[in-house]
Design a protein around this ligand. Sequence first.
Ligand code: GLU
Length: 293
Amino acid sequence: MKRSIFRTAALVSTTVIAGVALAACGSGSSSGGGDGMLGAIEAGEVTIGTKYDQPGLGLRNPDGTMSGLDVDVSQYVVDHIAEKNGWEKPNVTWRETPSAQRETLIQNGEVDLIAATYSINKGRSESVNFGGPYLVTHQALLVRDGETEITDLESLDGKILCSVTGSTPAQKVKDALPGVQLQEYDTYSSCVEALRQGNIDAMTTDATILLGYSAQAPGQFKVIEMEKDGQPFTNEYYGIGLAKDDTEGTTAINEALKEMHSSGEFDKLVDKNLGGMDAVSPGTPGDLSFLNS
Ligand code: GLU
């Protein structure tokens, strides 16, 4: 097991995020020959939800192609499941899934699965199933490069902080720091813009996401770790979301993720998309015991 994405990576200001074009994008509703996610893969038409504005993770490029770790991981999963079952590789339709809409889009059947920096947690597990985890990261802060006052969690008190509606970091900050002025936007890219303009003092979300933005604009921003009692402020275990009670689909995702890790493919995808960060294997896909700790 390697270390989690943060401690070594957060201070690497030259992190290069290399995105590689993958598949055509578009939007549409899911369709499947049989039930659940496996039915959609068998029918050859899968709708995958991801982010469109998070470099290195889920990004829709200006030419309409998609890139990022979540794009590659979810593409690997559906292709692997198709191959194992002797089905053709499915046609993938990409769908943007902002943080606050993920459970709803799964529940409405508008996407078959979601890989979108999607932390597995108890609340979400009541409305959707999760395959994974496939990566663990931690909540961090992004500030302007010249920032001197914000150095840690406590120094946020009284500052204007941005995060995204429906995200775990927004909720955790509200709980831990009632004195912070939290502004919630729909997307992280709008937080980055507000930070650049000086309208907010800092933004908070997963280190992976912040390192992606920081790498995209060298010299403009810096990433700061958040700790509580010497430990990372949060652990964010990324999962692949799918319909509640789609047990077969969940098992198939976990088998694909196990293969992705054991074959070394995951490390390659991390190098390709999050160059400079440590690859992270958070444990065995399907083992959600961290939810109880
Ligand atoms: N991983 C966190 C979450 O699922 C933050 C990133 C995001 O909003 O996508 O809420």
